[in-house]
Design a protein around this ligand. Structure first.
Ligand code: ACM
Ligand code: ZN
Length: 726
């Protein structure tokens, strides 16, 4: 009830701020449990001294650094900013008191003190995040009492597909800490890269830390022309662990096993199953990606790797993966088949349980517990002290909870921040297309979690898988920020406080306070796009966010103009609008006519053979994608022939999946024919795609490959996207 009252008060204040007699209640995000207004005020100025209890000096230094204050444990008197622990409050809980003579932050533990500091930051001008807080600041006296809803408030970053090194990672640790996120799950090894030094096996990073060039690991995901990669030395990782620990963040390492292991299998091919794979479709490259669970020596290598991780990371959990294993590799292996007979298994998939059990035993010998993706507990063989990360669906989360596993709830359709935010934006869409509002609205009870199972929810985690990031990095340095924020703000709110006050109240805090904070943090966050409408011979746009400006440009012209009034035009489809505020920016949007497509009669042929399972007819019907039977070689081609010449303003031909620069024709050119017989070379492929703006009718288009392959066993072909002349 208190919370409801507070939320309602904040809304009033947001609307009537200028007229209100009382200072507005703070728009803290995530929202605290309770805020009580007290009489008087405190002036925080350059003379304020941070006074830490013994052991809290690193937090005093952290706070002093942001505010430019002195820190002195001996000066706890008048005007001090006191940091202390009060264990009765409980883990990560805190009480923040702003009194006329001093500020006190009492935390149930160091984490609680840190969270109290974050709340104090949010009571100060946003410039505090840029270490430019304009002192003195007059603060209204208040008492904030707060505690987390969940002990696990996590974010997973995939540093394997796109290498994210120590410096950017430090920045993300800071950004997470500002939001009271307390777990950083680092996905350190996958098919495309091994990112953590293992001292007893330096080859894992010296070779496996890189792909392309002279590495035996094939280039992939937009990095075909260079040797690409990087890795954390153990010293660098130790520094990151310490950096994160001061900020109340525990780093949980993940090595994805037994699947997603093509990288280590290029460095140690002996870990694979014993059979000769068919490498013809992939131009001789062995695409097998799973460890052989029947090979005893594999557990010695895994003992070396996991042993070092256990020694390096203070986290009680080591994440050992366990998702998306291609068990067909085990079904073909004589050793695996013998193991299945010994274990009485009828399905190769069951071997995963035995493999994970062995890893859990290794971890136990080193005093650690396993964390796994939800597929690893389908067999229910792992101990109930295993922490499950439920990613596939809510059903997968519910199953793990029902089986008695503490579960981090992170179904992709709400928590995978690599998903695009509206259909025409960048990002994946295989799980869902969603923005901050959907993440905020996630409701465990509505998703069928009840009773005892609710108590097993460890918390929530957002995830960012980086296979698409790598190809955005050069042109869109804001990509990761844009995908994470403000969805991470909603994750923080859910995990720390809950969403009981409703979207409107949360959105109000976002608009009226937190956007400005994120601008001061330097976060290039996503804003909602403007609403665009036409009528009376003009096109108009309206910003949905308070304080956001609308900008527009004419298609084909990069110069943007500030929007002040409707634009008179007979070609509204030529205009694109976006909103800006501080460092935030929305996607560009236009009128609906801009996006209308046509589907003229089409025949697709290629020189690369046709997949029987995913045939060319899919593309000819403009229904979904098709696959070739093998990967591309120089001279291979894809031919699109139209039943009649097509007039259009734009034609987009795409190989691979949008945002997944993997199953594409990596390098090549494009030829266009007006009569279906004579072709003219008109463009080069870019990331497997081409955008044509033909001046005349088009009868046929041919894509010609100049590349040896694409790191995969086939090429994907998408239906053409053809925009009519308007
Ligand atoms: C996953 O997304 N494969 C865990
Ligand atoms: Zn095997």
């Amino acid at each position: 009830m208190i919370r409801t009252l507070l939320s309602a008060c904040w809304l009033c204040c947001a609307v009537h701020c200028a007229a209100a007699a009382e200072p507005p209640l703070p728009a803290v995000l995530p929202a605290p449990r309770s805020v009580t207004q007290l009489d008087g005020g405190f002036t925080l100025d350059a003379a304020t001294v941070v006074c830490p209890e013994q052991g809290l000096e690193p937090l005093a230094d952290y706070l002093s650094d942001y505010l430019g204050l002195a820190s002195d444990a001996a000066r706890a008197g008048e005007g001090a900013l006191v940091l202390r622990t009060e264990p009765r409050l409980g883990a990560e809980a805190y009480e923040l008191r702003i009194l006329p003579g001093r500020i006190e932050i009492a935390g149930g533990d160091r984490g609680g003190v840190f969270c109290g500091i974050q709340t104090l930051f949010q009571l100060l001008p946003p410039e505090v995040y840029a270490r430019r807080c304009p002192l003195p600041v007059r603060l209204a006296c208040r008492e904030v009492k707060d505690a987390p809803r969940y002990a696990y408030r996590g974010m997973m970053l995939d540093v394997a597909r796109t290498w994210i090194g120590p410096e950017p990672l430090r920045r993300y640790i800071d950004l997470m800490a500002y939001h009271k996120i307390n777990k950083l799950h680092l996905h350190l090894a996958d098919d495309e890269g091994w990112r953590i030094e293992i001292l007893s096996h330096p080859e894992l990073t010296e070779i496996g830390g890189f792909r392309g060039g002279d590495s035996p690991v094939r280039p992939v995901y937009g990095k075909w022309d260079e040797k690409y990669g990087g890795y954390f030395t153990q010293r660098e990782m130790r520094e990151l662990i310490d950096y994160a620990a001061v900020r109340n963040i525990e780093i949980i390492p993940e090595i994805d096993l037994p699947g997603h292991s093509r990288n280590i299998a290029r460095v140690h091919p002996e870990i694979l199953c014993r059979y000769t794979p068919d490498t013809a479709p992939s131009n001789g490259y062995d695409l097998r990606s799973a460890w052989c669970p029947a090979r005893e020596e594999n557990y010695t290598l895994l003992e070396d790797i996991l042993g070092e991780l256990c020694a390096l990371f203070p986290s009680p959990y080591i994440h050992i993966g366990g998702d998306e294993v291609e068990a067909s590799q085990w079904a073909r292996c004589p050793d695996c088949r013998a193991m299945m007979r010994r274990c009485g298994l009828t399905e190769a998939r069951g071997l995963q349980d035995r493999f994970m059990e062995r890893l859990a035993a290794i971890l136990a010998r080193h005093g650690k517990l396993p964390a796994v993706w939800n597929e690893s507990v389908r067999g229910r063989r792992l101990g109930r002290d295993t922490r499950v990360h439920g990613w596939e669906s809510m059903k997968a989360c519910r199953d793990a909870l029902a089986a008695g596993y503490p579960t981090v709830v992170m179904p992709a359709a709400w928590f995978y921040f690599d998903m695009r935010q509206t259909p025409r934006e960048e990002g994946h869409d295989w799980a869902a297309v969603f923005d901050v509002r959907k993440t905020y609205g996630f409701d465990l009870r509505a998703e069928g979690v009840t009773g005892e199972e609710l108590r097993r929810v460890a918390g929530f985690e957002g995830a960012f898988w980086s296979e698409a990031y790598v190809s955005h990095e050069p042109e869109r340095p804001d990509y990761l920020d844009y995908m994470l924020f403000p969805r991470l703000c909603a994750l923080a709110e859910l995990a720390w406080h809950g969403n009981d006050e409703g979207w409107e109240a949360f959105y109000d805090r976002l608009q009226h306070a937190h956007y400005d904070r994120m601008s001061a943090m330097g976060v290039r966050y996503r804003l909602f796009p403007p609403e665009v409408s036409t009528g009376g011979g003009a096109v108009a746009a309206k910003a949905p966010d308070a304080g956001a400006e609308v900008w527009y440009r004419v298609d084909g012209d990069t110069t943007a103009h500030r929007y002040v009034r409707p634009v008179a035009t007979c070609g509204p489809h030529r205009y694109l609008f976006h909103t800006r505020r501080g460092t935030g920016r929305s996607p560009e949007v236009g009128v609906p006519a801009r996006y209308r497509t046509i589907t003229p009669g089409l025949r697709l042929t290629t020189s690369m053979g046709e997949s029987a399972r995913i045939p060319y007819a899919n593309v000819e019907r403009y229904a979904t994608f098709a696959r070739t039977a093998h990967t591309c070689r120089p001279g291979d081609w894809i031919l699109y022939e139209f039943a009649a010449p097509v007039r259009c303003r734009e034609m987009v031909l795409q190989t691979g999946n949008r945002q997944l620069p993997k199953t594409i024709v990596t390098t090549g050119y494009v030829e266009v024919s007006a009569d279906g017989l004579n072709f003219e070379r008109v463009a080069e492929l870019e990331k497997g795609s081409v955008v044509l703006r033909p001046e005349g009718p088009v009868r046929a288009v041919r894509i010609v490959s100049t590349a040896e392959d694409n790191g995969c066993a086939y090429v994907t072909v998408q239906p053409p996207r053809i925009l009519p002349v308007l």
